[in-house]
Design a protein around this ligand. Structure first.
Ligand SMILES: [Zn+2]
Length: 136
């Protein structure tokens, strides 16, 4: 969870979708870690994930925690070999397995003090009853 101030300070990191690729085993590591969780190697090279990918799975939370939209939809998408989990903030009505999503800066919730916070989130660009390029 991120306040606007923290987001501003770390915006390049959050929005650039930086990840690592392990030079030993080839796995993509996101979010970045100091060592590969698959083989333990520290021989990592920084890469940038593509902004678009495909939905692997998602879940609908009908009783979200305070401050989140109701329902809250959390999805896992494959972006350039990485599995990225984020909230779906646009186009949820078109969401199906294998739908194409794009990472956007999404307002994902509100703190108990009323501050809105933003994180990378998914917008569905191609899915049920929606072809890429359609506007909704
Ligand atoms: Zn590795």
């Amino acid at each position: 969870m991120t306040s606007v101030q923290r987001l501003w300070r770390r915006s390049r990191e959050y929005l650039s979708l930086k990840a690592f690729r392990c030079r030993r085993c080839g796995e993509v590591i996101y979010p970045p870690k100091r060592a590969c969780p698959y083989c333990g190697s520290r021989d990592l090279v920084e890469i940038t994930l593509p902004r678009k990918g495909r939905i692997i799975t998602y879940t609908v939370i009908n009783v979200p925690i305070e401050g989140f939209s109701k329902p809250t939809i959390i999805a896992v998408a494959e972006l350039g070999g990485a599995k990225v989990m984020a909230q779906v903030v646009e186009g949820a009505e078109h969401l199906v397995e294998d739908a194409e999503v794009e990472v956007v800066l999404g307002k994902v919730g509100r703190t108990v003090e009323g501050l809105e916070y933003y994180m990378p989130a998914f917008r569905v660009v191609s899915g049920k009853d929606l072809k890429e390029g359609d506007t909704d």
